[in-house]
Design a protein around this ligand. Structure first.
Ligand code: ADP
Ligand code: 5GP
Length: 201
């Protein structure tokens, strides 16, 4: 069976990763999102095992030691990590998986699994990024300031990705990512199995 595609969506906080991923999952029903583990406390309405696996720091560090994460990072004071076994199991079963993770994590995945497709979501401007973070209403003034400072530096990493998609309008950005995913699924390097099969027919 053809191995699934690992799509890594990342970029600065507030760029619209979550919004775009939700749209993508609605429009491309074959995509599955990987559920990360985190030491962050659940926000209102978040469910364990659906939004995240909410675990204590001691347990998280134990899993790091056991090499259970494909990548992990400390993001604004909390640990986040992608469970390795589950992701590889799904990819082997031919499922296409989305990871919505921060930039430190995306660069680790690129090192450990270069066959992935790495997409950087760019806000149309830093001013618009600030408006979006403020508009989301989930962060204090200090946190917003910290996220804006990080965003400025994080833009340097965009060049290490395969694609940069500007999130000016959600529908247009989502459409672009859909095209990227469809094109990537047809790359010659991912088609060895079907080529060999056709040869035998
Ligand atoms: P991230 O997951 O990258 O931190 P979110 O998806 O939470 O970002 O988006 C941050 C805020 O910006 C949310 O309130 C979201 O509704 C809004 N937003 C996302 N994309 C757009 C867009 N293209 N235009 C206007 N607002 C947007
Ligand atoms: P939030 O706490 O708002 O859900 O997420 C905060 C940040 O952590 C976001 O930028 C999100 O992309 C990132 N994140 C979520 N899960 C993971 C993960 O498994 N690994 C890494 N490296 N970052 C993650």
């Amino acid at each position: 069976m053809e191995e699934g595609l690992l799509v890594v969506i990342s970029g600065p906080s507030g760029a619209g990763k979550g919004t775009i991923c939700m749209q993508l999952l609605m429009e491309m029903s074959f995509l599955k999102v990987s559920v990360s583990a985190t030491t962050r406390k659940p926000r209102e309405g978040e469910k364990d095992g659906i939004d995240y696996f909410f675990i204590e720091e001691e347990e998280f560090l134990k899993r790091v030691k056991n090499n259970e994460f494909l990548e992990y990072a400390k993001v604004y004071g909390n640990y986040y990590g992608t469970p390795k076994e589950e992701v590889f199991k799904q990819l082997k079963a031919g499922k296409d998986i989305i990871l919505e993770i921060d930039i430190q994590g995306a660069l680790q995945v690129k090192k450990n699994y270069p066959m992935g497709v790495f997409i950087f979501i760019l806000p149309p401007s830093l001013t618009e990024l600030k408006n979006r973070i403020e508009g989301r209403g989930t962060d204090s003034k200090e946190v917003i300031l910290r996220r804006m400072e990080s965003a400025y530096d994080e833009l340097n990493y965009a060049f290490q990705y395969d694609y940069v998609v500007v999130n000016d309008r959600v529908d247009i950005a989502t459409e672009k990512i859909k095209h990227i995913i469809l094109a990537e699924k047809n790359r010659a390097i991912r088609k060895k199995e079907i080529i060999n099969k056709v040869r035998e027919m």
